[in-house]
Design a protein around this ligand. Structure first.
Ligand code: TPP
Ligand code: MG
Length: 578
C-alpha cells in the first residue's frame, strides 16, 4: 500500500484543500467515516494521535489491556452493526491486539485497528518497541498496511473502512509510523473507493437463484442452516419472510443465534456438536440443505463424509472462497444474503410438507434440552433459564467460552439479531467481559449481560475497572463451577476422569468486583438465584454475580469429534429425565 519512506512533509500545492499533520488526517478521516467512539491504549509512538484526540468529538474508552480494547471494539461492532475502532502503540501494544484481531477475523467482524510504529528510518533496526506488526497480523487480518508516506494516509484509512465493512466483513489494520503522524500533507477530497483487486458480488447470479428456488419447491424435507452471515448482513427479516413463505424449518449456528426467532415453532435451534437433537437429526435426514451465511465449520458438521448424507446442498454466501471449501455444494449462490433471500422469496412456493413437520415435532417433543430440575444444587442451566425468565428478549447476552457458553446457547431463547454476542470461530476465553463493555457502549440504554465462566472471567476481569470508570452498567453472571468446565468434561469423557490441571483456585469474585467499585453478589443456594437476579437487574452500577453452580455438570447432547451428527451422546440422559 505504501511507497517510498517520507523524509518530511509533502510539497504544498495551491489548491484550497487544507494542509494537516498525519495525526490530524487520521482523526478527521475517522470522523468523516462516521466514527464517534473508539477504544484504545496509549504509548510513545501514538502520542501525536492522542494529542489530536484530546479535543476531538469522539467518545474514547481506555481499556486496562489492549486485548480488552480489541474485544470491546468487536462487541461494539456486533451490537451496533458499525465498524469498531481500536488503537494501540507499537511493539507490546500491537502484540496485545493479536487475540482480538484473530477473533474478529474468525467471526467476520468489521474492525479497524490503528497501531503506531517506530520512525520510518528506524524500521528494521530492532528499535525500542519495534515489532513487525503488519508481518505478524497478515494472516489474521482481512487486509493490513503500513503507511510510510503521509500522502497515502487519508486514502488508506478510507480504504480500511471500506474493506472492513463490505463483502465478508473483517479486521483491517493500519500501522502508522510516528514520523508520519507529525509530517504534514494536503488533504484529498472524498471520492469513490477504487480497489481493482477487490471485487464485490452483491446480487447473486439470477440463474443460480432460479435453480435454488426450483430445488426448494421440489423438496419434501428441506432445512435452512443459517449462520452469522444473516446477522452480519442484516438479513433476519428476509430470512423470516423466506422461511415463512416456503414453509421451511430453520436451524442456526452458534453465531447465527438470534437470526431467527427461537420462540417460533419452525425454529430447530442450534445444530452441531452441542446442538439440539432435533436439528442434528433433521440435518441427517433432510433432502435439501439451504445454507445461508454459514461456513460448514467442523463444530457444525461433525464427520464431514456423513454430514447431511441425503441432501442436495444450496450455499448462499458473500464470500466465494467459502463455497465448496469444506463440503461439496450443488447450487452455490454468491452474493449478499439480504438481497438473495428477498429474490428467492419471490420465486418459492408454499408447500405443506406435513410428514416432515410431523417428524420434526416428534423429535422436538422427544428430545428437548433437559437437565435435572429436581437437583438441590444450583444447576448452571437453571441459572440461565431464570435469566431468560427475568429478562425475556430485552437483554443483549454476551458469553465467555466453555460449557456456560453452550448452555447459554441452549437454554436462553435467542429471538433477535445482534442480541447474542459470543466468540465462535476462535473460541476466545476472556472475550465476554470486554465484549459486553463494547456492546454497552454501543447501546447505552440496553440491558447487557455477560454470562461468563469462572476461568474465562479470570482472563480479562481487570476490565471491570473500565466498566466502573465509564459508568457502564453491565451485568456479569459467573457460572462458577471452579473448573475449566469444558476441558474437565473432555477429561471426564475421553481421559478417564484424570482432571489434569483443569481446576483453578478462584478469588471471591464478588469481593473483587467490590474492590473495583462495582457491585458484587455471591449465590450458593438454589433458592437465592431468583432474588439475586432481581437485585442484579435493579443495580445501577456494573454488577458481578458469582453463581456457585454444580461443579461436574456436563453439556448434552454431544457429538464426539469424528462422529456423525446423529451419533449424539447424552440422549439417554435426557430420556431418563423425561
Ligand atoms: C484463551 C483460551 N485459552 C484456552 C482455551 C481452551 N478452553 C476452552 S473452554 C476452556 C475452559 C473454560 O472454563 P470456564 O471459563 O470456567 O468455562 P466453563 O467451561 O467452566 O463453563 C478452555 C481452557 C480457550 N478456549 N481460550
Ligand atoms: Mg468454569
Amino acid at each position: 500500500m505504501s511507497k517510498k519512506p517520507s523524509q518530511g512533509d509533502c510539497p504544498q500545492t495551491t489548491s484550497a484543500l487544507p494542509i494537516k499533520t498525519g495525526a490530524e488526517i487520521v482523526v478527521d478521516t475517522l470522523i468523516e467515516q462516521g466514527v464517534d467512539t473508539m477504544f484504545g491504549y496509549l504509548g510513545g509512538v501514538v502520542l501525536p494521535l492522542f494529542d489530536k484526540l484530546y479535543d476531538a468529538p469522539i467518545n474514547f474508552i481506555i481499556p486496562r489491556h489492549e486485548q480488552g480494547g480489541c474485544h470491546m471494539a468487536d462487541g461494539y461492532a456486533r451490537a451496533s452493526g458499525k465498524v469498531g475502532v481500536v488503537v494501540a502503540t507499537s511493539g507490546p501494544g500491537a502484540c496485545n491486539l493479536i487475540t482480538g484481531i484473530a477473533n474478529a477475523m474468525m467471526d467476520s467482524v468489521p474492525i479497524v485497528a490503528i497501531t503506531g510504529q517506530v520512525r520510518t528510518d528506524l524500521i528494521g533496526n530492532d528499535a525500542f518497541q519495534e515489532a513487525d506488526t503488519t508481518g505478524i497480523t497478515r494472516p489474521i487480518t482481512k487486509h493490513n498496511m503500513i503507511v510510510k508516506d503521509v500522502k497515502d494516509l487519508q486514502q488508506s484509512i478510507r480504504q480500511a473502512f471500506y474493506i472492513a465493512k463490505t463483502g465478508r466483513p473483517g479486521p483491517v489494520l493500519i500501522d502508522i509510523p510516528v514520523d508520519v503522524q507529525v509530517a504534514k500533507c494536503q488533504t484529498k477530497p472524498l471520492t469513490d473507493i477504487s480497489l481493482p483487486g477487490y471485487k464485490l458480488q452483491q446480487a447473486g447470479h439470477s440463474r443460480q437463484i432460479k435453480m435454488a428456488a426450483a430445488a426448494i419447491n421440489k423438496s419434501e424435507k428441506p432445512v435452512v442452516y443459517a449462520g452469522g452471515g444473516i446477522i452480519t448482513g442484516n438479513a433476519s427479516d428476509e430470512l423470516r419472510a423466506f422461511a415463512l413463505k416456503a414453509n421451511l424449518p430453520v436451524t442456526m449456528t452458534l453465531l447465527g443465534l438470534g437470526a431467527y426467532d427461537q420462540m417460533r415453532a419452525e425454529s430447530l435451534d442450534m445444530l452441531g456438536m452441542h446442538g439440539s437433537a432435533y436439528a442434528n437429526y433433521a440435518i441427517q435426514e433432510c433432502d435439501l440443505l439451504i445454507a445461508v451465511g454459514a461456513r460448514f465449520d467442523d463444530r457444525v458438521t461433525g464427520k464431514i463424509k456423513t454430514f447431511a448424507p441425503n441432501a442436495k446442498i444450496i450455499h448462499i454466501d458473500i464470500d466465494p472462497s467459502s463455497i465448496s471449501k469444506n463440503i461439496h455444494v450443488d447450487i452455490p449462490v454468491v452474493g449478499d444474503a439480504k438481497f438473495i433471500l428477498a429474490e428467492l422469496t419471490k420465486e418459492v412456493e408454499h408447500k405443506e410438507r406435513k410428514q416432515w413437520f410431523t417428524k420434526i415435532a416428534e423429535w422436538k417433543s422427544k428430545y428437548p434440552f433437559r437437565y435435572d430440575t429436581k437437583s438441590a444444587s444450583i444447576k448452571p442451566q437453571y441459572v440461565i433459564e431464570q435469566l431468560w425468565e427475568a429478562t425475556k428478549d430485552r437483554a443483549i447476552i454476551v458469553t465467555g467460552v466453555g460449557q456456560h457458553q453452550m448452555w447459554t446457547a441452549q437454554f436462553y431463547k435467542h429471538t433477535k439479531p445482534r442480541h447474542f454476542i459470543t466468540s465462535g470461530g476462535l473460541g476466545t476465553m476472556g472475550f465476554g467481559l470486554p465484549a459486553a463493555i463494547g456492546a454497552q457502549v454501543a447501546k447505552p440504554d440496553a440491558l447487557v449481560i455477560d454470562i461468563d465462566g469462572d476461568s474465562s472471567f479470570n482472563m480479562t476481569m481487570n476490565e471491570i475497572c473500565t466498566a466502573v470508570q465509564y459508568e457502564l452498567p453491565i451485568k456479569v453472571c459467573i457460572i462458577n463451577n471452579g473448573y475449566m468446565g469444558m476441558v474437565r468434561q473432555w477429561q471426564e469423557l475421553f481421559y478417564g476422569k484424570r482432571y489434569s490441571k483443569s481446576s483453578l483456585r478462584n478469588p471471591e469474585f464478588a469481593a473483587v468486583a467490590e474492590a473495583f467499585g462495582a457491585a458484587g453478589i455471591t449465590v450458593d443456594k438454589k433458592n437465592d438465584v431468583k432474588t439475586a437476579i432481581g437485585k442484579m437487574l435493579a443495580e445501577k452500577r456494573p454488577c458481578v454475580v458469582d453463581f456457585k453452580v454444580e461443579r461436574e455438570e456436563n453439556v448434552w447432547p454431544m457429538v464426539p469429534t469424528g462422529k456423525s451428527l446423529h451419533e449424539m451422546d447424552g440422549l439417554d440422559i435426557f430420556e431418563s429425565m423425561a
